[in-house]
Design a protein around this ligand. Structure first.
Ligand code: ZN
Length: 464
């Protein structure tokens, strides 16, 4: 970086847009666990797409690396600056610019917090279906760059399925104006897909056209206890048959997750006893409250009669539905309730009919390293996605060994080492467990073509 480059940024982008030295707040270089990364050379906070373009044009000329930040809720160290990087924070581009009710589209700037978008479209009787625990802080741009999943993928798909168009600035400052509002568009390569889930290494998303749906008038939640994982699978199939498009979530919790959450997390109450092998949270939504209620009651009756479920409770109000969701959404609080730092969370995909075997094998291999270590498992079973956690209080030095164990096992099961959180820096050594050498080389070719000087989030996902 040449001397005077920061001054040049100041001049080009105006006062307030560029922070340097002691003006840089700790939040730009600490992860959500509070772990520090090197302080960036500067933090740039654009207000417009044009600002982003000016910044990248200058950084491209100078070969200065840039890491783009949203809400900083990522879990794979993708947005923490490396030494000498400039942080591009999207926090001042945080507006929902338009809600087009008739087209079912919302246009949002990339720094818009997910919850802000959800609440804005609600005012028009609409719903943006993407939902995850970090909703209050995570941003639309971050959701796009990680192709976020969350709790309603079974009905509405991943973030990728909710994007109609993107405006993106590429590494040399070129603006790709692809903010289109229609679903069907077969006019050559669908460029927006390159920027969804690629963790900001190919371009910076500045605005997005997002699909929104009529808000369901009714949302009902059932919590069920089941005797085995075989019954969990059979219950999923039955729920899909009976509820069709009304089924909006199917979340499974192994006994340890439900029991420990109910016992350890403040403010969480368990409506069912804690001694059952498995629990399922099932959500049904629709416009006709009476029909949803009847369908759900009938489903539970059939499942009970077929010995699929042992016990069940049905929400009777929004408050009781929220209380059930609270159990499922308390995974972070559960982790923090253990008074030691040696705990690790994962987000893997594996075929549903091998999930139980995966969880059992994982637990056995973890205990082979440390007999006092244990695992806690839950996940979006309807999407083939598990969130296993490994707790190893007495062997904190074995972090890397446990990590390798989980990813090796996932590779053996032909699964994906990241269903939701991405690769970033943390999982880079394990990318090859889920992608072939030819696939990774093709990713590198795309990176070289779009970012020849390797300035955008360099070293994330893979090295070039
Ligand atoms: Zn998840």
């Amino acid at each position: 970086m040449s001397e005077g480059f920061i001054d040049e940024l100041h001049n080009a982008l105006g006062k307030g847009a560029v922070l340097s030295g002691s003006d840089i707040d700790a939040r730009y270089h600490h992860d959500i666990g509070g772990n520090p990364a090197p302080k960036p050379r500067a933090v740039v906070r654009p207000r417009t797409t044009e600002d982003v373009s000016v910044l990248l044009r200058l950084c491209h000329r100078e070969g200065v690396p840039v890491t783009t930040q949203g809400g900083m809720t990522g879990l794979v160290r993708a947005t923490l600056p490396n030494a000498d990087e400039i942080v591009l924070s999207m926090e001042r581009m945080n507006n929902v610019e338009e809600v087009d009710v008739s087209a079912g589209v919302a246009i949002a700037q990339a720094g818009t917090p997910l919850q802000k978008l959800q609440e804005r479209v609600e005012q028009d009787g609409l719903m943006f279906p993407l939902d995850l625990g970090a909703r209050g802080s995570c941003t639309i741009g971050g959701n796009i760059s990680t192709n976020a999943g969350g709790n309603r993928v079974i009905r509405y798909g991943m973030t990728r399925d909710l994007i109609l168009g993107l405006e993106v600035v590429t590494a040399d400052g070129t603006v790709l104006r692809g903010l289109r509002k229609y679903i069907k568009n077969n006019t050559g390569i669908d460029l927006k897909q390159l920027f969804i889930g690629s963790e900001g290494i190919l371009g910076v998303v500045t605005r997005a056209a997002l699909r929104v749906f009529p808000a369901p008038a009714e949302r009902q939640v059932a919590l069920c206890a089941l005797p085995s994982f075989g019954q969990v699978m059979a219950f999923l199939k039955l729920a899909q048959q009976r509820l069709g498009g009304e089924l909006t979530a199917f979340e499974a919790m192994w006994n340890a997750y439900y029991r420990q959450t109910v016992e350890r997390v403040k403010g969480v109450a368990g409506p069912l006893p804690t001694n059952h092998p498995f629990y399922v949270l099932l959500e049904a939504s629709g416009s006709d409250a009476e029909r949803i209620h009847a369908d759900l009651e009938q489903l539970l009756e059939t499942a009970m009669g077929d010995d699929l479920i042992l016990d069940a409770t049905l929400s009777t109000s929004n408050a009781s539905a929220a209380a059930i969701w609270r159990i499922r959404d308390s995974s972070v609080e559960l982790g923090r309730s253990f008074p030691f730092a040696a705990r690790m969370g994962f987000d893997i995909s594996v075929a549903i009919d091998r999930m139980e075997e995966y969880a059992d094998t994982l637990d056995a291999r973890v205990k082979a390293i440390d007999p006092q270590a244990f695992t806690i498992v839950m996940g979006h079973v309807g999407d083939g996605n598990l969130h296993p956690s490994v707790y190893h209080e007495h062997t904190p030095d074995k972090h890397d060994e446990f990590e390798k164990l989980v990813y090796d096992l996932t590779g053996e099961f032909g699964g994906s080492i990241s269903a939701e959180h991405g690769i970033g820096i943390s999982r880079r050594p394990y990318l090859k467990m889920s992608r072939t050498e030819e696939e990774i080389e093709t990713m590198r070719a795309l990176k070289r073509a779009l970012d020849p000087k390797n300035i955008l989030n360099p070293g994330r996902i893979f090295t070039v």
